[in-house]
Design a protein around this ligand. Structure first.
Ligand SMILES: Nc1ncnc2c1ncn2[C@@H]1O[C@H](COP(=O)(O)OP(=O)(O)OP(=O)(O)O)[C@@H](O)[C@H]1O
Ligand SMILES: [Mg+2]
Length: 386
């Protein structure tokens, strides 16, 4: 019998993908359509490093999937290439603050990457900080080293561990910082003494519109799919869905990849617009399922109550929702009526439900009407699994 993998590999009919890695979220594209302006701004500040002075600090913010990480890494690669050919000593270090969530961890990591022998644990913060500052005192290779640190998803670190990291980095000579955040208001975590020494320039990344997403997808589709496996319609549909959502390029790429996978699974020769619709359902299903599975039990119960009432087509007030919730708790102690508003708010932030305050008429006060924002079936399927 022939080998099943060889058979599949040789089957032209199902060879939708030429190379799937170009649709992977980890792939750093060689071109960044519609981010030229931002790349140039970063370069304008970083060029100082090539002149042997430490660059102005930069803050990048924008919603998810707007190319912040890709752009920063792209600029980093360009600077490395340029500095290699020159008589300067520049290091750029990329730190994702979801991996290093405290000031201590970040500084230890930086020391280690820069060749200092610092243990992961055991040293005090000031010992670690001294070792870090030492690196810049010693004039490695006889030249002044300039370090550019990119702190991606910095809001996570700031919220958890305060602004000490920025305080210390801004007070180390020859260190320049790039902070990247999803939230415009992340600076609320930065105190005035740090703000004043940060002196940063801000670069905003706006959501992509449908046409911009088409340009991004076209590049990647050409590298990833075999010829004649997709039409423009498929690309525009992915772009349209993503633009309508949040202008999120990651989502657009994920849609395109998933549509390709569905076409492949069905042994189609081509990706169809219908595959894109199926991909959208599959991705949504997965995300909502993930969210629900990971909710605390009380919120899952509220969701169950909301589902019951939605199926009965009732107008759902917080009082009614609370009663149904208590029935579901069946004597098991539930949370108080007051607490339920927090839980409802959190579910609203996750996009699972929405609330609408309406007035009950003159002098009768106001009430909250709650409605489910996602497909009943997905919620039901997931809750049954729990
Ligand atoms: N202008 C662009 N050209 C090509 N690909 C892009 C562009 N912008 C984003 N992408 C791709 O979209 C995906 C998401 O981009 P990226 O990770 O940079 O977003 P982000 O703004 O950092 O999002 P998050 O806030 O969620 O971290 C990546 O796969 C990236 O390669
Ligand atoms: Mg990012």
């Amino acid at each position: 019998m022939s080998n099943m993998f060889d058979e599949m590999m040789g089957n032209d009919k199902i060879a939708i993908f030429k190379d799937k890695k170009f649709l992977d979220h980890k792939y750093i594209p060689r071109k960044l359509p519609h981010r030229l302006e931002q790349v140039k701004l970063i370069a304008k500040y970083w060029i100082e490093a090539l002149r042997n002075t430490s660059p102005t600090n930069i803050t990048i913010y924008g919603k998810t999937g707007t190319g912040k990480t890709a752009t920063a890494k792209y600029a980093m690669k360009e600077l490395k290439e340029s500095s290699n050919a020159k008589d300067v000593f520049i290091r750029t270090e990329y730190i994702r603050c979801t991996d290093y969530t405290t000031e201590y961890q970040v500084i230890v990591e930086l020391c280690q990457r820069l060749g200092k022998n610092v243990p992961d644990l055991g040293w005090t913060k000031s010992q670690v900080m001294r070792a870090f500052k030492d690196i810049f005192r010693r004039n490695a290779f006889g030249k002044n080293m300039i370090l550019i640190v990119i702190l991606d998803e910095i809001d996570i670190l700031l919220e958890k561990d305060g602004d000490g990291i920025l305080y210390n980095l801004t007070r180390t000579d020859n260190v320049s910082i790039v902070s990247i955040s999803n939230y415009i208001d992340f600076k609320k975590y930065i105190g005035p003494r740090v703000s004043s020494s940060l002196c940063d320039r801000e670069i905003a990344f706006h959501p992509y519109n449908a046409q911009q997403l088409i340009d991004i997808l076209e590049e990647r589709a050409e590298m990833s799919f075999n010829e004649n496996t997709y039409d423009n319609e498929v690309i525009s549909l992915c772009a349209a869905f993503a633009a309508r959502d949040e202008g999120d390029a990651r989502y657009a790429l994920n849609l395109l990849k998933t549509a390709g996978e569905i076409a492949f699974e069905n042994e189609n020769e081509k990706i169809t617009p219908n595959n894109v619709h199926e991909a959208k359902d599959r991705i949504e299903h997965n995300t909502i399922t993930d969210i629900i599975v990971n909710l605390p039990i009380q919120q899952q119960r509220i969701l169950e109550a909301l589902l019951d009432l939605t199926k009965k087509n009732e107008e759902i007030t917080s009082g009614k929702l609370y009663d149904t919730y208590l029935e579901i708790c069946k004597g098991d102690s539930g949370v108080s009526y007051r607490r339920i508003f927090d839980l409802i708010n959190q579910l609203e932030l996750l996009g699972i439900l929405s609330t609408n305050t309406i007035s009950k008429g003159r002098g009768k006060g106001r009430t909250n009407i709650i409605s489910l924002q996602c497909d009943c079936n997905i919620i039901e399927d997931t809750l049954i699994l729990l």
